[in-house]
Structures are given as C-alpha cells and as structure tokens.
Design a protein around this ligand. Structure first.
Ligand code: FMN
Length: 314
C-alpha cells in the first residue's frame, strides 16, 4: 500500500489532504475525508472564531481521526481563529494567503503541525527555516486564490529547496494526478475542486453541476491587478469584475464589489452574481461521488499507474 512521510507526519492512512476551502470545508466534508483515511481541513475563510470553534467540536463528535484547520491569514478574524485553534488543541494547521510567520512559535509551542500553502520557492524556504513541518506547493491550476507558477514546475523546485515534506496542490483530481505528484517528489496531494463534487460537500447542487459541465479551458482568473488572483468559473460576476479591473477601478471599490459573493455562489448557488471558485481540473470531473469512493479510487488508480510505469522499464 502507498504510504509516505505525510501519512506518518499526520497519522493518516492515505497521502490525500482536503484543501481547507472557505464556506465548504465544514464538518460534513472534513469528517468524511478524515474517516476515509485522508486529512480533512476546516476552511475558516473569513468566518468568526465562534463558527470555527463549533466546527472543530462538531468534527470531533463525528470522527476521532486527525483533522486540521485552515487559517486564512487575510481574514479580519485571523488572530482570534488562531487563538481558537490553540485553545481547542487542533493537531494540524494549514495557512492560506500569506506568511504565517508571526503565529509560528505559538503553533510550535502547542505541538501543532503546521503546513503553510505556498506558491513560490522563496516563501517555502522561509517557512522551512521558520519551523514549518511541511508545505503545500500550490500551482496556478488551483481553484481559489492562485499564484503564477504551474504545479508541474513549482513542486519539484520546492522539493529541491526545502528539507521538509512537500504536498502538491492544483490540478489533481484522480489517481494519475496523485502518481504524478509523487513522481515530482511530493509526499502527498491537497485536493480542492474534486472534493467540491462529493456527496458530503455542502456546496449548492447547481454550482457542483456547473463544475461537472465545465471544459478544460473554461476557468478565468480575476483580481490579478489588485494582488488577489482568484480562479473561478466564468459568469456575470467575473465579466463585471474583469471589466472594472480594466477600467482601473480602485482596489477598495473592487474589494467592496466582491464582498459576500463567495457565499452567494458556493452556498446559495447564484450562478451569475456569485463567485464560483474552481480549478482547471474541473474539466476532468464528471460525477459526484461519496468522499470515501473518491479517495479509494484515487489510491487504487495511483497504485496501478505506479506499477504500470515500473513495467515500462525493460
Ligand atoms: C471553493 C474553494 C475554496 C477555497 N478556499 C480556500 C481557503 O479558504 N484557503 C486556502 O488556503 N485555500 C482555499 N482553496 C484552495 C484549496 O484549498 C486547494 O489548495 C486547491 O483547491 C487545490 O487545487 P484544485 O482545486 O485544483 O484541487 C479553495 C479552493 C476552492 C475550490
């Protein structure tokens, strides 16, 4: 069976981590992923600390297996969410949108495993030196906030630059992606868009359906001009947003325009005015399956691909 350093680090069966997605990384999805042998991650997004505490406690009622919390560093509640994570003795923290350096010593003192998400070699190296236990190298194919380098190019460069295990994210939706990530030197994968299309994810069915119908070239990136690049499915919101960026509308106005749009798309299912975050891998996803089946299929396919690759060498 396929086991890696990431399985050992987090005490999980399979090297598959569910990306801590804002609005969607709720106890339903998180507990399902952890119960199935992966690592579920609560997506705190911009949620208030009470919501995060409640999600941690609900998840503990559903599973005794390890799970984590994603702290979105740009959230107005980031500091309070960190306090909740420390008080609740969560085992694993991932961080999004920046450098978690100021919280690192508190996490380490509390014995929490820290795995920041990075989109560059420089940040990966800095966080390795600061005591991170692993990093997620996230390529621009990903759904949600993105950097510029592809997973294929980024992962091996990060692997060569740090001394800690690397998890690949962005564009991974099946066992072929998992096998490819391992070939690049990663010790596991973080998966977002594929888990949106799971039975357990609380995303609105119309948004899930839109991912199922998406083709390979469909996603667009908004917010690049204001340093907040987000990959999503195209709709009226992205067209309006991109037109405003082209017209040099101020950052403050764009941020105001974008406020509340994520919930509107992901949870309310407003396909035109809501934000429909999704990665380029959307075109590969054709069905909604239980989390356990997604994970088991991914593992079985990765093992088959790796075995078949070995047989090609004569
Ligand atoms: C709907 C959605 C919401 C996301 N929200 C967050 C977030 O709040 N914090 C974060 O670090 N990453 C977030 N991500 C990124 C995922 O955690 C993950 O790294 C990414 O989706 C991997 O790429 P993939 O979509 O190609 O699998 C989000 C992704 C999606 C699709």
């Amino acid at each position: 069976m396929l086991k890696t350093a990431i399985c050992e680090l987090f005490g999980i069966d399979y090297p598959i981590i569910q990306g801590g997605m804002a609005h969607l990384g709720t106890t339903e999805l998180v507990a399902a992923v952890s119960e199935a042998g992966g690592l579920g991650i609560i997506g705190s997004g911009n949620a208030d600390p009470d919501w995060v505490r409640q999600q941690i406690r609900l998840t503990r009622e559903r599973t005794s297996k390890p799970f984590g919390v994603n702290v979105l560093l740009l959230s107005p509640f980031a500091k309070q969410v960190v306090e909740v994570v420390l008080a609740e003795k969560v085992r694993v923290v991932t961080t999004g949108a920046g450098n978690p350096g100021i919280y690192m010593s508190s996490f380490k003192q509390a014995g929490i495993k820290v795995m920041p998400v990075v989109a560059s070699v420089a940040l990966a190296m800095r966080l390795d030196r600061a005591g991170a236990d692993a990093v997620v190298a996230e390529g621009t194919e990903s759904g949600g906030e993105v950097g510029e380098t592809t997973t294929m190019a980024l992962v091996p460069q990060v692997v060569d630059s740090v001394h800690i295990p690397v998890v690949a994210a962005g564009g991974i939706g099946d066992g072929r992606g998992l096998a490819a990530a391992l070939a690049l030197g990663a010790e596991g994968v973080q998966v977002g868009t594929r888990f949106v299309c799971s039975e357990e994810c609380i995303a609105h069915p119309d948004y899930k359906d839109k991912i199922l119908k998406a083709r390979d070239r469909v996603t667009v990136v908004t917010g690049q001009s204001i340093g907040n690049a987000m990959r999503c499915l195209p709709n009226k919101l992205t067209r309006d947003f991109l037109a405003m960026e082209k017209a040099n509308v101020s950052k403050a106005e764009l941020e105001e325009f974008g406020r509340g749009k994520m919930r509107r798309g992901l949870i309310d299912g407003d396909l035109e005015e809501g934000s429909l975050l999704a990665g380029q891998v959307a075109g590969l996803i054709k069905d909604i399956k239980p989390v356990k089946v997604i994970i088991e299929d991914m593992m079985a396919e990765a093992e088959a691909v790796i075995r078949a690759s070995g047989r090609r060498i004569i």
